[in-house]
Ligand binder design. Structure first.
Ligand code: UTP
Length: 291
């Protein structure tokens, strides 16, 4: 049974500077909710209520967001603002959220290693704190279902256009069904002609405690950081690892263009914004056509 989630959120967010100079990128809002709240919600919607957030320098806002705020609560009570009062209280009660600080930003593999005591001897899910996946069935739930069937490490992948493979970690292997592939290759940002497939690692993983031994044996790789992909490559020599092609759309909030696209997509899905926002966008497009 997968009961615990780990959300790495300690990265420096250098691709989003200067917004991330004094503010965590995981707190960048999509409309009116910080990115990491969508991520926590996905875990909760998948039946997980024990969440460890890997935090670090300058990340206090994340802790405050998931804590009570008595002063704000009494202000909202005074104003009889029941909707926001309930929402603010709900956020503090979403799950049992724990924090641990990554002392240096030594990469995603190093961040996950900080979870070893908390997860103990159980499988756990990792959700990147800067990645939202919009789907009907929460992607974490999709992965848990596959884990229950195969009882091994499961990596979420998504199909991407062939010409974009050089931007992502790519998994290759033997297809077992439409959605499931046994991985025999994991390559970070391959050239188009060297890519084993067009299946990109999508920011969600079910890992077993075996990953910690693999991380211990992993030396610093790209960007002089301990990469989770490198640790998974080591693990792959000893254990079966499965790629699960997700049903859903991934948004990487860590880069500015994707952030803009996410905001547009989510605004168009919100009842109160869909119509006025779409008509604004249509006007803008018409203006740009004329120039
Ligand atoms: P990224 O590589 O996208 O985050 O990691 P980053 O290093 O902050 O990004 P840039 O390239 O500088 O803009 C994916 C997730 O892993 C976390 C990040 O916070 C993000 O949510 N992470 C990354 C850590 O927790 N620790 C690290 O050392 C690196």
């Amino acid at each position: 049974m997968v009961k615990k989630a780990v959300i790495p959120a300690a990265g420096l967010g250098t691709r989003f500077l200067p917004a991330t100079k004094a503010q965590p990128k995981e707190m960048l809002p999509i409309i009116d909710k910080p990115t990491i709240q969508y991520v926590v919600q996905e875990a909760v919607d998948s039946g997980i209520d024990d969440i460890l957030i890997i935090s670090g320098k300058g990340k206090r806002a994340i802790e405050d967001h998931f804590d009570r705020n008595p002063e704000l609560e009494s202000k909202l009570e005074e104003k009889n603002d029941e909707i926001f009062y309930n929402e603010i209280r709900r956020i503090a009660d979403m799950a049992n959220i724990h924090f641990i600080r990554q002392k240096e930003t030594n990469g995603l593999g190093d961040a996950v290693y900080y979870a070893r005591q908390h997860v103990g001897n159980e499988p756990f899910v990792v959700l990147l704190g800067d990645t939202i996946i919009d789907s009907v069935i929460p992607v974490t739930q999709q992965l848990i279902d596959t884990y229950e069937q195969y009882q091994c490490t499961v990596i979420a992948v998504e199909e991407i256009p062939k010409d974009k493979v050089s931007r992502y970690g790519i998994a290759g292997g033997k297809k077992m069904s439409d959605k499931i592939m046994e991985i025999n290759q994991l390559v970070e940002k391959p050239k188009l002609e060297e890519a084993p497939s067009n299946l990109a690692i999508a920011g969600r993983y079910i890992l077993t405690p075996e990953i910690f031994k693999a991380i211990e044996k992993t030396s610093k790789g790209k960007n002089n950081e301990i990469q989770l992909t490198d640790a998974l490559q080591l693990l792959m020599r000893r254990e079966m690892i499965i790629a699960h092609t997700i049903e859903g759309k991934r948004y990487d909030i860590g880069n500015k263009l994707d952030y803009l696209k996410t905001t547009v997509d989510f605004a168009l899905k919100r009842k109160e914004f869909a119509e006025p926002f779409l008509s604004y966008l249509k006007d803008k497009i018409a203006q740009h056509r004329d120039t």
